[in-house]
Design a protein around this ligand. Structure first.
Ligand code: ZN
Length: 103
């Protein structure tokens, strides 16, 4: 277990469902580029995300690095650890940004 999972487990044990919901929703809330900045320990990210006071940079960092194994992108076939799953398929952050700009 890393730091993030420890905190999440503790909150579940306490029954603090609001905080659990926030932490479990991070995957949807945070964009791949924001996640990258968290991994780089960008100091402005907490304000930018309007994170609640109980969320620390260490906690976000632990979240951003918890599953950092690389996956193969279905569009460019490159391996990347940052990206999105769309209908069960992995799309790397670069391709994801390209798709978004085309729309
Ligand atoms: Zn790609």
């Amino acid at each position: 277990m890393n730091g993030f999972e420890e905190v999440l487990t503790e909150l579940k044990r306490k029954g603090d469902s609001e905080k659990v919901k926030y932490l479990e929703g991070l995957d949807k809330r945070i964009t791949p580029s924001q996640k990258k900045r968290i991994q780089e320990n960008d100091s402005g990210i907490l304000q930018e995300l309007f994170a609640p006071k109980w969320v620390s940079r260490e906690l976000l960092y632990a979240w951003a690095t918890k599953n950092s194994q690389k996956e193969t992108c279905v569009l460019c076939a490159k391996q990347d650890e940052l990206g999105m799953h769309v209908k069960g398929k992995f799309i790397c952050s670069n391709c994801f940004i390209e798709i978004k700009h085309k729309k």
